[in-house]
Design a protein around this ligand. Structure first.
Ligand SMILES: C[S@@+](CC[C@H](N)C(=O)[O-])C[C@H]1O[C@@H](n2cnc3c(N)ncnc32)[C@H](O)[C@@H]1O
Length: 198
């Protein structure tokens, strides 16, 4: 049986340790505090997919330690609101925004994506979420909440790290779930016409 590890809290509360930074650099090639399985090339596609400009108002669902959102604000000048269920992530993210002098553009809050979110309808031009929905129950509601928050014509992009299309052993599944909730999906569930069980 795999040992349970609080993967995200240890990563976010040790964000600035050199060892963590070295691991991220070696894994991704660029370090913005990522804890996802999204490659750097895929990360670079997000602003274009979302058609971001300096006028955009953007929501990051499950922002982790906030490095990606802070980078967007610095490069593009857009406003970004990130939220996260993990308290250490939110704390580290807000400190990072202060350090990088973009706290007028970027803010981070603690919320649970599976709950009703305290944001008005039609609040955002764009929403992204990298490798978060695989941890969140009630995906259908989460997706319809996302639609509610987007302005008409707004864009949403998300990735799902836990789509499995082949044989997998119980041990392997367990090793991929260090702690918390993990939802594995069949291929196609996130497609154009998703069939999501409620
Ligand atoms: C794989 S990490 C990805 C973090 C970040 N998006 C990135 O790309 O580095 C998944 C994140 O989802 C967050 N998370 C898990 N369940 C959540 C929930 N119900 N609501 C909001 N965030 C959640 C975790 O705390 C973690 O930071």
């Amino acid at each position: 049986m795999s040992k349970k590890i609080d993967l995200y809290s240890s990563s976010y509360s040790n964000y600035s340790l050199e060892t963590y930074s070295e691991v991220r650099l070696e894994t991704y090639g660029e370090d913005y505090g990522q804890t996802s399985w999204v490659s750097t090339e895929e990360s670079h596609e997000i602003p274009e997919l979302l058609q971001l400009t300096s006028d955009s108002s953007v929501l990051d669902i499950g922002c982790g330690s906030g490095g990606y959102a802070v980078g967007l604000a610095k490069r593009i000048g857009c406003r970004v609101l990130g939220f996260e269920i993990n308290e250490s992530g939110v704390k580290t993210a807000n400190a990072l925004a202060e350090d990088e002098k973009v706290s007028d553009l970027v803010k981070f809050e603690q919320h649970d994506a599976s709950e009703e979110l305290p944001y008005e309808d039609d609040s955002f031009d764009a929403i992204y979420s990298t490798d978060v929905l695989c941890h969140v129950p009630r995906r259908r509601e989460v997706l319809s909440n996302t639609q509610r928050l987007l302005k008409p014509g707004g864009k949403f992009v998300f990735s799902d790290a836990l789509v499995i299309g082949g044989l997998i052993s119980y041990e392997e599944l367990e090793n991929r779930c260090p702690d918390g909730l993990y939802f594995f999906s069949p291929p196609g569930i996130n497609g154009k016409r998703p069939v999501i069980p409620s």
